[in-house]
Design a protein around this ligand. Structure first.
Ligand code: NDP
Ligand code: PHD
Length: 360
């Protein structure tokens, strides 16, 4: 029997924080021990501090919990794991303070994703990058703490089918991806209603370079002694990101060129996607979906309203797999941006870390 872990949530009042609370409160392996947010919220009961936007009610276990400041003190020091859904403007200093306090930290924020000592892991893709934590602990003189980041929400959906295809058919030479991203990705209050209703906004600040770079770190490897990341060198990624009036679920249109000649057929690609299995599934992690990639053969799927809850939000749904006249293959994918793309990734990463014996 694995031990129930005491969990803290930083940024607990925000969009990602609320999702963490829902996922953790329903999870048999975690008990929510403490919640942190800004000084504006600290000292208030959680239900007064947050503007709750989830379709399920606030779990009874946290309604009256008093929100703390985000400092590694008191109840936070008693936590086995801490999840961060902090605003990126403040995440840098706060997360570093938690790491220095030797806590096990799983962050959604972008601040440390590019750091050479910090794994950037999509749990259905590159759990082997946990191996770098021995080096991180040495460098920061940590006994039990570490910092692992999960990816940008659009990157998280993209890399799952890319990993399956790369493993089966070898290097991908070119990837073009165009996203249609839900408004929940912008947090609360996010994009003003007068900007997004009846509209599409063809720009999300900083998103395109993040997708292009994160993909190369996630799909790359580690050096031989697991002290550095080997970024993919021969794969080129070009991303175009749009905001659309959808509540949850990022849709992405993807075209791929393989290095291999002849390129795999549509049927071979579909078979590989459907059969893909990750370490999280093999290890029996509680939140891992039965199927990492669900391939829909219907002409008009995936759709956010119909497919975002697939695998409880942890599966990627791929549809419209077909030949591409410019590259080799194209398809459309859908991933839940606050589950697989944010809080769910953090939770599944913690499950993986526990299975790998990384949590004291
Ligand atoms: N939404 C999504 O789909 C995704 C978001 N992310 C990332 O996750 C993070 C959170 O995003 P999101 O939930 O959308 O953002 P929100 O704006 O909804 O929430 C931000 C959280 O940070 C807290 N906060 C703000 N200032 C401070 C401070 N000075 N000290 C302590 N806490 C503070 C807020 O507390 P308070 O309520 O008290 O102000 C709130 O809990 C961001 O880094 C974002 O980039 C990553 C992937 C996907
Ligand atoms: N930018 C993403 C959400 C996000 O916050 O991404 P990141 O964690 O990479 O900053 C979106 O708008 O949908």
């Amino acid at each position: 029997m694995t031990r129930v872990l005491k969990a803290g949530v930083l940024g607990a009042t925000g969009t990602v924080g609320q999702r963490f609370i829902l996922l953790l409160s329903e999870h048999p392996g975690f008990s929510i021990h403490t919640l942190g947010a800004s000084p504006r919220s600290a000292g208030k009961p959680y239900n007064k501090a947050t503007k709750w936007k989830m379709s399920q009610p606030i779990p009874a276990s946290v309604r009256d919990m008093v929100v703390q400041t985000c400092e590694p003190l008191k109840e936070f020091l008693e936590c086995d794991v801490v999840f961060s859904g902090l605003d990126a403007d403040v995440a840098g200093d706060i997360e570093m303070a938690f790491l220095k306090a030797d806590l096990a930290l799983f962050s959604n924020a972008k601040n440390y994703r590019t750091n050479e000592d910090v794994p950037l892991i999509v749990p259905l893709v590159n759990s082997s990058h946990f191996d770098l934590l021995a080096h991180q602990r040495n460098k920061h003189q940590l006994k039990k703490g570490f910092l692992v980041t999960n990816a940008n929400c659009s990157t998280s959906g993209l890399v799952v089918p890319l990993k399956a295809l790369q493993d089966a058919f070898g290097p991908l030479s070119k990837i073009i991806v165009t996203t249609m991203q839900a408004v929940s990705g912008a947090g609360y209050p996010g994009v003003p209603s007068l900007d997004i209703l009846d509209n599409v906004v063809p720009y999300i600040g900083g998103e395109e370079p993040k997708m292009e770079w994160e993909t190369l770190k996630i799909l790359g490897g580690l050096n031989q002694d697991a002290t550095a990341f080997d970024l993919l060198k021969t794969t080129k990624v070009s991303a175009t990101c749009n905001r659309v009036p959808v509540l949850d679920g990022h849709t992405e249109c993807v075209s791929i060129e393989f290095e291999r000649r002849p390129a795999p057929s549509v049927e071979e690609v579909i078979q590989v996607l459907e059969n893909y299995r990750s370490e999280a599934q093999e290890l029996g992690c509680h939140s891992a979906p039965d199927q990492a990639i669900i391939v829909s053969r219907e002409d008009d799927r995936p759709q956010p309203r119909l497919d975002r809850e697939n695998g409880k939000g942890y599966s990627v749904t791929v549809g419209r797999v077909r030949p591409c006249n410019v590259f080799d293959i194209k398809f459309t994918l859908l991933a839940h941006n606050t589950i697989l793309g944010a809080a769910g990734s953090g939770v599944l990463l913690a499950e993986l870390a526990q299975k790998k014996g990384l949590i004291a």
